[in-house]
Design a protein around this ligand. Structure first.
Ligand code: FAD
Length: 430
C-alpha cells in the first residue's frame, strides 16, 4: 500500500531539490543552443526546465501542432465525461514566461556529426545539445491488415487528436446491443493501464446509454497493470459488460479487416465489432530512428543518469521513445525524465557533474468517473541501470470502501491539473 512515508522514503535528493539557479553561461550570440523536438510531456518539460535552470541558454522547441491534446484523460472524453478542449494545452507560457522559442514545424533529419536538425520547412538548426521526445509511432502492418488507412475505419486513438474524436463519434453511433472490441497490444507500449481504463470508462457510457452493448478486450498478453483491481472494479460496476480474453485463451489478434470491422485471432476465431479500436504495436517516434539512436526493436537505449543516447553523443531522449523499464511509458515518467535530462544538459554545459537522479511515477486509472485506482513506483540508478526502490510504491488496496475509490478519482483530477500545469503552465515542481 502507498503511504506518503514510504513514497517519500524512496525519493532521492535530486527529485526533491528545488530548481537551483545556475551560474551564468555566455549570453546572446555565444550562448549555448539546445534544440528540443516534440512539445508533449517530455519535450515541453525539458525545454521549460532548461530555461528555469539556466535562462541564458537558447532553447528552441520544435512541434508541429499549435496545441497539444493529452492522451491522459482522453478516455474521459471518449466516455462523454469531458470536453475535448479541456485536454488541450498551448505553448504561450513556455514562450512568454520562460523564453522558450517555439517553432511550429516538424523535424525531419538529424545530422549528429554536423549537430544540425533539418526541419520540414527546409530550415536547419544547429545545436550543442539535442533533446528528442517524439513519443511513439506505430508499426503499421506489424499487425496484418492494420495500416494508416485502416486506422481511419478502426481507430487506434493512441495519440490524442482526430483519432480520439473519430472513436467518440463511432461510439455515439453504436447501436444498443452492439459490440465494442478493443485490441490490446503486447508489451512494451504507451501507457500500460491505458487500454483497461478505456474499457472501464466506455463501459460507464454504455451502461448509461446503451445497456445491451458489450465490450470485448482481445489481448496479446496474459497479464496487465493493476489487473486484479481492474477485474474486480469492472465486475462491481458493470457486471458482465466487459469480457477480457487473454493470450492463453486465444485473445491474440493476428489479422484485422477494418472494412468489415472483423478481427481474426491466432487460433482462427473471428470476431465482428460494431466499433473496433485497434491499439497496434509501437516503436519510438520516427525522428529517433532517423537520428540513429534506436535499437533493432525500434526503441532508444539511454544512459540512465542523463537520458543521453547510448549510441549518439549530445542527443538526449526522454519519454515513451526510450527503454527505461521498470519505469512505464507514462506522461508522469516523461515529465520526470525531461527534468533529469534538463539538469544533466545544464550541468554539462556549465562543466559541472551531473546530479544523481531518482524518479517517481504514479499512474491513476479510472474504472468509472468516481472510481479511481493507482500504481506508484520510485526509481533510482544502480549499477548503470534503472531499478525500483525496494519497499516503495505499490498499488491501491484490493479491499477499499467506495469513499476511498472516490477520493482516488479526485486525486486523479488533481494530478492532471498539476502535471499539465508543470509541463505547459507556470507551476514549478522539482
Ligand atoms: P508525447 O507526449 O506524445 O509527445 C510527443 C510530441 O512530439 C508530440 O506533440 C508530437 O507532435 C511531437 N513530435 C513527434 N515527432 C516529431 C518531429 N519529428 N518533429 C517535431 N515534433 C514531433 N500517462 C500518464 O502518466 N497518466 C495517464 O493517466 C495516462 N493516460 C493515458 C491514456 C491513454 C489512452 C494513452 C494512450 C496514454 C496515456 N498516458 C498516460 C501516457 C502518456 O500519454 C505518454 O506516456 C506521454 O504522452 C509520453 O510523452 P512523450 O513526450 O514521450 O510523447
Amino acid at each position: 500500500m502507498i503511504t506518503r512515508r514510504n513514497l517519500l522514503a524512496g525519493l532521492g535528493a535530486a527529485a526533491l531539490a528545488p530548481a537551483i539557479a545556475a551560474p551564468a553561461l555566455a549570453k546572446g550570440k555565444g550562448a549555448a543552443r539546445v534544440v528540443v523536438v516534440g512539445g508533449g510531456f517530455g519535450g515541453a518539460t525539458a525545454a521549460k526546465y532548461i530555461k528555469v535552470r539556466a535562462p541564458e541558454i537558447n532553447v528552441t522547441l520544435i512541434e508541429p501542432s499549435p496545441r497539444f491534446y493529452t492522451c491522459p484523460f482522453s478516455n474521459l472524453y471518449l466516455a462523454g465525461l469531458r470536453d475535448f478542449e479541456t485536454i488541450g494545452h498551448g505553448y504561450d507560457e513556455l514562450k512568454k514566461v520562460y523564453g522558450v522559442k517555439v517553432v511550429r514545424d516538424f523535424a525531419q533529419e538529424v545530422d549528429p556529426a554536423a549537430k544540425t536538425v533539418k526541419l520540414k520547412s527546409g530550415e536547419k538548426l544547429s545545436y550543442d545539445k539535442l533533446v528528442l521526445s517524439p513519443g511513439i509511432d506505430f508499426n503499421w502492418n506489424g499487425l496484418q491488415g492494420y495500416d494508416e488507412a485502416a486506422s481511419l475505419l478502426a481507430p487506434h486513438s493512441w495519440k490524442a487528436g482526430d483519432q480520439t474524436r473519430l472513436l467518440r463519434k463511432q461510439l455515439e453511433a453504436l447501436d444498443d446491443g452492439g459490440v465494442f472490441i478493443l485490441v490490446a497490444p503486447a508489451d512494451p507500449y504507451r501507457c500500460p493501464p491505458g487500454p483497461y481504463e478505456r474499457a472501464g470508462l466506455i463501459a460507464s457510457y454504455l451502461k448509461a446509454k446503451k445497456p445491451k452493448s458489450k465490450i470485448l478486450i482481445l489481448d496479446s498478453k496474459d497479464a496487465f497493470s493493476k489487473q486484479g483491481l481492474f477485474l474486480a472494479g469492472w465486475k462491481q460496476e458493470y457486471g458482465d459488460l466487459i469480457e477480457w480474453v487473454p493470450l492463453s485463451k486465444d485473445g491474440k489478434v493476428v489479422k484485422v479487416d477494418a472494412k468489415s470491422l472483423t478481427v481474426e485471432t491466432e487460433f482462427g476465431t473471428t470476431h465482428k465489432a460494431g466499433v473496433l479500436n485497434v491499439i497496434p504495436p509501437q516503436k519510438a517516434g520516427l525522428i529517433a530512428e532517423r537520428a540513429g539512436v534506436t535499437n533493432k526493436a525500434g526503441w532508444v537505449p539511454i544512459k540512465p543518469e542523463t537520458f543521453e543516447s547510448q549510441q549518439v553523443a549530445d542527443i538526449h531522449v526522454v519519454g515513451d521513445a526510450t527503454i527505461a523499464a521498470p519505469m512505464p511509458k507514462s506522461g508522469f515518467c516523461a515529465n520526470a525524465q525531461g527534468k533529469v535530462a534538463a539538469a544533466a544538459i545544464v550541468a554539462s554545459l556549465q562543466g559541472r557533474t551531473t546530479p544523481n537522479p531518482s524518479w517517481v511515477n504514479t499512474c491513476y486509472s479510472l474504472i468509472g468517473p468516481e472510481y479511481g485506482i493507482t500504481v506508484a513506483g520510485v526509481y533510482k540508478v544502480a549499477d548503470g541501470k534503472i531499478i525500483s526502490v525496494e519497499g516503495s510504491g505499490g498499488v491501491s488496496p484490493a479491499a477499499a470502501a467506495p469513499d476511498f475509490r472516490k477520493r482516488e478519482a479526485i486525486y486523479a483530477n488533481a494530478w492532471y491539473q498539476a502535471i499539465t500545469n508543470d509541463t505547459w503552465g507556470t507551476a514549478l515542481r522539482a
